[in-house]
Design a protein around this ligand. Structure first.
Ligand code: AMP
Ligand code: MG
Length: 500
């Protein structure tokens, strides 16, 4: 069978596809086919995501699947398109952007939009080549599934395929395609786009579409004088607040919180130079291109508000009154601290809520920051300490936690405060909660890096191992302790930039 014939046979995944986004009208997108990659191979696949999408267990068995998910052939029932959006990048209006290397295939009956990322040039590629490299594709694949397992709202990743086709970044790398899925990939930037152009018709079409599909409760609600667009802004603010609280609690830095990377559903999307904290440094900057630290770990909550403010401005032609928009945004300021406190209480094993908790949470952060204590290891060891104490029914040595600190007297003072507080609750349930809240396995930069180095030599075993650990990050996984250990010295020399 020659290439032309092969491309003409569409892969039937046995899925009913829809594309409600395509019905919004041609001003929202450009229809185009993915560009093929030479001799693709599988890098990683997620059975869990395949199930979510309604695919058969054997979905990837045919050579047609490998070709189709590399952009080399059509999938029956899909209509690939690239959408247009705009946005603020690093605080500056960047004008028109859009899906420069992603294509929306359609929506599954189970309610997921499916995209190929890295599938070639689109009208929105600007200076880019439309490609994604193997390195960043593996990072997106692993992190999506890690975040899902941690309970953080996120887009998912079905698979990664690779090819030896060269891609130029700082050096020559190779191409890959990530197939990702989310209920919607609509971004704040989609709204900013039509608003900035003064195209209030499409702006309203888009807002109505998002409300009808995802936020139907915004219609006919009593708040904001019945204004559904103000209600939408409030709901998005709440979801964003929940997501950011989760990021802060798990120690996740996104790295590029531009408004075009902010999901209208409060999902973590567009994994680029992200990082999970090793040492707890509140001012940590994970993106090597972010010289000012605009997106540092401790800036994320404020930046999210700034981004929501941009969304509010974009929606203003629909909302009508500025006061309504500002009132809608207020929910972020209430929900974020409450959600963060709830997350931190769970990390501390606090089963109820007491007035002094906020002070305890704050002093925990300060304690960790002073000695730059390893964030995941501190929480995991503390969880085990509480758990052991419950099992023994008596105080236990705290050396494993104490050893993490240079300033031992400060730790002892903190532990006294903490023990008194947790002494009011049951140690048994607290330990259980902590071991299910504080993961043993986290996608640290160096773990991803090790898997990527092997993958570049076509050995994907470390990708698969990491995937398995990260899909069940609270389990012990005997024999894999080294993947839950401190980062090696060289980890601090890894430089992750916007280049992906
Ligand atoms: P990001 O911040 O990585 O999410 O990307 C910002 C914008 O640049 C989006 O419009 C992307 O589609 C586009 N972009 C990023 N990398 C590429 C690339 N290699 N080729 C084309 N467009 C790209
Ligand atoms: Mg993006």
């Amino acid at each position: 069978m020659d290439m032309v014939e092969e491309r003409a046979v569409a892969l039937d995944l046995g899925v009913q596809w829809r594309n409600s986004f395509a019905r919004l009208g041609p001003e929202f997108y450009t229809v185009l086919a993915p560009r093929p990659l030479t001799a693709p191979y599988w890098v990683g696949r997620s059975a869990a995501v395949a199930r979510e999408l309604g695919l058969a267990p054997s979905w990837s068995d045919s050579p047609g699947a490998l070709e189709a998910f590399s952009g080399n052939g059509p999938i029956a029932g899909t209509q690939p398109l690239a959408s247009v959006y705009s946005g603020h990048q690093f605080g500056v209006w960047a004008g028109q952007l859009g899906d420069g290397r992603a294509l929306l295939l359609g929506e599954t009956a189970s309610g997921y939009e499916v995209q190929l990322k890295g599938s070639g040039l689109t009208p929105y590629s600007r200076m880019g080549d439309g490609r994604a490299v193997l390195r960043s594709s593996i990072r997106e694949f692993l992190c999506s599934e890690a975040m899902q397992a941690l309970g953080v709202p996120t887009s998912r990743a079905l698979c990664v395929t690779g090819s030896d086709d060269p891609v130029r970044r700082e050096e020559i790398e190779t191409a890959a395609v990530v197939t990702r899925a989310a209920p919607s990939f609509i971004r704040f930037g989609h709204f900013e786009h039509f608003s900035a152009l003064g195209q209030h018709g499409p702006l309203k079409t888009l807002a109505d579409y998002v409300i009808d599909r995802f936020y139907p409760e915004c219609r006919g609600c009593e708040t904001f004088g019945g204004n559904p667009y103000a209600a939408l802004l409030e709901r998005v603010s709440e979801r964003t607040a929940r997501m950011i609280a989760q990021w802060q609690a798990v120690g996740f830095c996104h790295g590029v919180m531009n408004t075009d990377n902010m999901s209208i559903l409060g999902l973590t999307i567009d994994y680029g130079p992200f990082q999970f904290l090793d040492a707890f440094d509140p001012g940590h900057i994970c993106n090597h291109s972010d010289q000012q630290g605009r997106y540092a770990y401790n800036q994320q909550p404020n930046v999210a508000y700034w981004n929501l403010y941009c969304l509010g401005r974009a929606l203003l032609p629909l909302i009508g009154e500025e006061e309504l928009a500002l009132a809608a945004l207020e929910s972020y300021k209430a929900v974020f601290p409450a959600q963060l406190a709830a997350r931190m209480r769970a990390k501390l094993g606090l089963l109820d809520e007491l007035p002094g908790d906020l002070a305890l949470i704050e002093s925990t952060f300060q304690l960790l920051a002073r000695d730059r204590v390893d964030y995941p290891i501190f929480w995991r060891r503390l969880s085990h300490w509480v758990s052991r104490r419950a099992q023994a029914g008596a105080p236990q040595p705290d050396d494993s936690v104490r050893d993490l600190f240079l300033d031992r007297p400060a730790f002892d003072r903190w532990l006294l405060q903490y023990s008194e507080r947790i002494g009011n609750t049951a140690y048994g349930p607290a330990g259980d909660l902590m071991l299910k809240t504080n993961p043993k396995y986290v996608l640290r930069n160096h773990l991803g890096e090790q898997a990527i180095r092997l993958a570049k030599q076509k050995d994907f075993s470390a990708v698969h191992t990491l995937q398995r650990l990260l899909e069940a990050p609270f389990d012990e996984h005997p024999g894999f302790d080294s993947d839950a250990d401190f980062p090696p010295e060289w980890a601090s020399t890894i430089e992750i930039s916007c280049s992906s």
